[in-house]
Design a protein. Structure first.
Length: 324
């Protein structure tokens, strides 16, 4: 088993607040010697760095500007990592968001929830693999969500096979592509869009695991319900002002940010045999011990493979590097 305390370098996306900030702090407290934190602007990342040093008493943080919704920013971030040198033991792909009432797309025509949670992380990870920036026993964790299970009220992930049959002549690649691009025939509902993005995250992790060299692992990990973050800053009124406060009142339906972020670190300690999985709370739970999700729709390999191909297309052709 890989000991998290023996892993000395990490990169955490979306680390200027919330779960990413807390995870970065816990990594420092666990003994990591170099932790790169990303933010959409240099100023925000530097502010977070100062706060993390003050909290942990350890000046082990580097900052990196990274806007996951902008391919040029992702490319520039990867190039900056190459310039700095060194390799990453633990890559935590934490950044993401819940969309608002209105459909928002990036300049590349990607729905913003999918862009920030998945497509930008795909581009970053592929660049890092191509540039040999990950250690041979690197652990990759990408933020999943309980919403992808399909048993959380108002969050209903798509049945990709059914959607493909209805709208795309059974072409699941085209179906997944249209979902990520927010095509006109894809009914936009923020909670369902979020659930779709997180289901696709699980598909991405499963497919990437089949491509990674022996020793590296990747898993999707839900931090569980942690209402005290700003991840829902753009969420609709009902979700933000009704559902989240209710979750906080009901025992077992929410957890402190510190507990939620600790799930990421727990997954970083999984052995190399554990890869390509989706970990979340127990069925119909929102917090508690991590469980490997065994639901059929999560383990649909045809949908996993189709979604990977669609992500590559949406990401401008950025694919798993042959050299890796």
């Amino acid at each position: 088993m890989t000991d998290i305390n023996s892993q000395k370098t990490a990169l955490v996306t979306g680390a200027t607040s919330g779960l990413g900030f807390e995870a970065a702090a816990q990594l420092a407290e666990a003994g990591y010697e170099r932790i790169t934190i990303t933010g959409r602007s240099t100023d925000r990342a530097e502010t977070a760095r100062a706060e993390l040093v003050a909290r942990t008493g350890r000046d082990v943080f580097d900052t990196l500007a990274l806007d996951l919704g902008t391919p040029k920013s992702v490319q520039a971030a990867a190039e900056e990592l190459v310039r700095r040198g060194g390799k990453i033991d633990f890559l935590l792909l934490n950044a993401g968001m819940v969309g608002g009432n209105d459909l928002v797309k990036t300049d590349e025509g990607i729905e913003i929830t999918h862009a920030s949670s998945l497509v930008g992380h795909h581009q970053l990870t592929m660049h890092m693999l191509e540039d040999d920036l990950l250690c041979k026993h690197a652990r990759i964790v990408i933020a999943g969500s309980e919403a992808a299970r399909g048993d959380v009220p108002t969050f209903n992930p798509i049945d990709l096979a059914e959607f493909a049959a209805e709208h795309h002549a059974d072409d699941r690649v085209a179906a997944a592509d249209s979902v990520m691009r927010g095509a006109p025939h894809v009914k936009y509902k923020p909670s369902n869009t979020y659930a779709n993005a997180k289901l696709f995250v699980a598909y991405w992790a499963a497919e990437l695991a089949r491509k990674l060299p022996t020793g590296m692992t990747v898993n999707a990990v839900s931090p569980g319900s942690a209402p005290d973050t700003n991840g829902d800053r753009n969420a609709p009124f009902f979700l933000k002002r009704v559902m989240m406060p209710i979750f906080k009142l009901v025992p077992g339906m929410s957890a402190p940010v510190s507990v939620a972020a600790a799930r990421y670190l727990e997954a970083a300690d999984y052995p190399e045999q554990v890869t390509g999985q989706f970990f979340a709370s127990a069925p119909k739970k929102m917090t508690g011990p991590l469980h490997k999700v065994e639901l059929p729709h999560v383990h649909d390999q045809a949908s996993q493979e189709a979604t990977w191909k669609a992500i590559v297309a949406v990401a401008g052709g950025v694919d798993f590097p042959v050299a890796a």
